[in-house]
Each structure stands twice: as structure tokens, then as C-alpha cells.
Ligand binder design. Structure first.
Ligand code: CA
Length: 222
């Protein structure tokens, strides 16, 4: 999954970015309000973590504008400890949740998982499909009850395909979920990861949709 982080405090931004990379997410980190709309326009993000006080403007004003334009991305705002009005205004401006700075990183991860779950209408951290169980919290994957080992990138790809179960996910979208903008994107590397996942799961589960990408079918579609 790919997250957008907007935070102008370098120490905090670095801390959050490194933590979430460690947690298996691809992160794009920007420090200015003016970067937000542009980033969302050209890439797909699963969630945005948004600081309110930015050097070139107000994060909430940008959020409000995005919501007015119909932008649906789940948004978690970061607010100062004593700024209750910021939290209220934030939620009213279209934020889905907030965290008070300095935030506990474990709590940040849990809230991200909760927002992603809510966004796809699922109450659990566990996705199940055809004998396969993927736990977004523990990163454990079971096939018919037996654990299967996946590399972090393989896990991330499988998770993206399962979250979008029943619809095709484009190669670009899968690549975006794997890499940050500053890393070189290589389509062949992704094919190799998919090949490895298929070897572990059996060939039938991930379908290649010609011209579109890959898809895991819902169980009732088999
Ligand atoms: Ca700030």
C-alpha cells in the first residue's frame, strides 16, 4: 500500500516515514501544502497523513478543497496537543481521524489499518479468500492453516491484490504500491515478485488480465 505523508517538521517526518516503510508501506513524503493536490492527481494513494500547519499554507484548507472536488482518499490529520479546535475543524473539513503530536507510532499504524479497513468496508484486519488468510497487522499469511513466508514486497503486492479482490489492479498501481518515487521502478522486478507469489500460492489464484494487470477473484466468482 502507498501512503502520502505531508509534514514539514523534518525530524517527525523522517521518523514517521522510516517507521511506516518498516511497517511495509511505500511512502511519499512532502513538506508543503502546494504539493498535495499535485501528488494526488498523478498517483494513487491508499491514505494521506496530513499535518495542519504547513509553511506555505493550511493543510485543512487544502483538504476542504479536495473534498469539495470529490476526492475520497482517507485522511488522518496530525494536530498539536492542545488544539482541540483544530481537531474539530479537521473532522468537519473532511478528515477521517486525527492523531495528537507527538504521536505514538504503534498507534499511528493501528489507525492507518483501521482507516484502510473502513475505506473498503471491512471490519477486520484479516482478509480471507479461497483458503488463504492474510493478516494486515501481523503480516502473517496462512494457506489452509499453514503459514507461508513472503518477502515484504511480495506481501505488499498480495495485500494490494486482496484489498482489491474481484477487480483488476493495473501494473502501474501495483508498482506504485511497491516503490517510492525516488527509487527506480522496474516492471520486470514486479513480474518476478508475482511469479514467486504464484509459486507459493498455486498458479490459479492470481489471474493475468491482458492489457489491464492482475486480479484475484472473489471466492463466489470461482
Ligand atoms: Ca507543521
Amino acid at each position: 500500500m502507498r501512503l502520502l505523508l505531508i509534514e514539514d517538521d523534518n525530524l517527525l517526518g523522517e521518523g514517521i516515514r522510516d517507521w511506516l516503510i518498516h511497517d511495509g508501506y511505500a511512502i511519499d513524503w512532502f513538506t508543503r501544502a502546494q504539493d498535495i493536490a499535485h501528488a494526488i492527481k498523478i498517483e494513487h494513494f491508499d491514505l494521506m497523513i496530513l499535518d495542519i500547519g504547513l509553511p506555505d499554507g493550511d493543510g485543512l484548507a487544502v483538504l476542504k478543497q479536495l473534498r469539495e472536488q470529490g476526492e475520497q482518499i482517507p485522511v488522518l490529520i496530525l494536530t498539536a496537543r492542545d488544539a482541540i479546535h483544530d481537531r474539530i475543524e479537521g473532522l468537519d473539513s473532511g478528515a477521517d481521524d486525527y492523531l495528537v503530536k507527538p504521536c505514538d507510532l504503534h498507534e499511528l499504524s493501528a489507525r492507518i489499518r483501521a482507516l484502510v479497513r473502513r475505506n473498503r468496508g471491512n471490519a477486520s484486519n484479516v482478509i480471507k479468500c479461497d483458503g488463504l488468510t492474510l493478516d494486515m497487522e501481523t503480516h502473517q499469511v496462512l494457506k489452509n492453516g499453514d503459514p507461508i513466508e513472503f518477502s515484504p514486497r511480495e506481501f505488499s503486492l498480495l495485500q494490494t491484490l486482496l484489498i482489491n479482490m474481484g477487480r483488476p489492479v493495473s501494473r502501474n498501481r501495483l508498482l506504485e504500491s511497491l516503490y517510492d518515487w525516488d527509487k527506480e521502478i522496474n516492471s520486470n522486478t514486479m513480474e518476478v515478485h508475482i511469479h514467486h507469489i504464484r509459486k507459493k500460492l498455486g498458479n490459479g489464484m492470481i489471474r493475468t488480465i491482458r492489457g489491464l494487470g492482475y486480479q484475484i477473484d472473489r471466492q463466489d466468482e470461482h
